[in-house]
Design a protein around this ligand. Sequence first.
Ligand SMILES: [Zn+2]
Ligand SMILES: [Zn+2]
Length: 217
Amino acid sequence: MKLRIVYDNEAKEGLKSDWGFSCLIETGNRKLLFDTGASGAILSQNMGQLGLEKEELEFIVLSHEHWDHIGGLDAVLHPNVMVYIPRSFTRGTKNKIKEKAAEVFEVTGPADIISGVHTTGELGTELKEQSLVLDTTEGVVVLTGCAHPGLGTIIETAKVFGDVYGVIGGFHGFDKLRQLDVLKKISPCHCTARKSEIMAMYPDKAVWCGVGEVLEF
Ligand SMILES: [Zn+2]
Ligand SMILES: [Zn+2]
């Protein structure tokens, strides 16, 4: 299982940073894109720099309907891609995706996407969001978009798929930082309000997040 950050508020040299998030998941020879950042132009530029073409994507999973996660979608949709969205997405967005994708799956509860890649299902009340749960030899790794439903709630839900080894993605306003003590790998990305504090708190297990970063499990 290999994760590559392709869109984030921070970036390695030669790649473009911007407010938003997108992460490529590779398992065996299958590729899934989780979220698409805010701008299709920036997403395409970063993917190009990293040697990725949209046609390689078998699945696109969208965490929630915020512009900084779905804004780049047009740049990566293609006629063979399957798209997983929370059922609560607006009709307008759903129809736009259906026009350009092979198939759209509307997620409600926890489910398997492919072998080793699961969704928590849509969580939260007003703004619903799904997170991914990835099987690794060490336990499951949780991948979040913005974590609007609360990182604690997302981690609790992920436990149906196994012991949680790590968490990667936007943690938003998450502030019960001590809940991270039990994890073995932490990579705070995108909108994580307390990113620098988390990085300093866990020097042995925190991994910097930004475009171009690769995490392998
Ligand atoms: Zn958001
Ligand atoms: Zn966001």
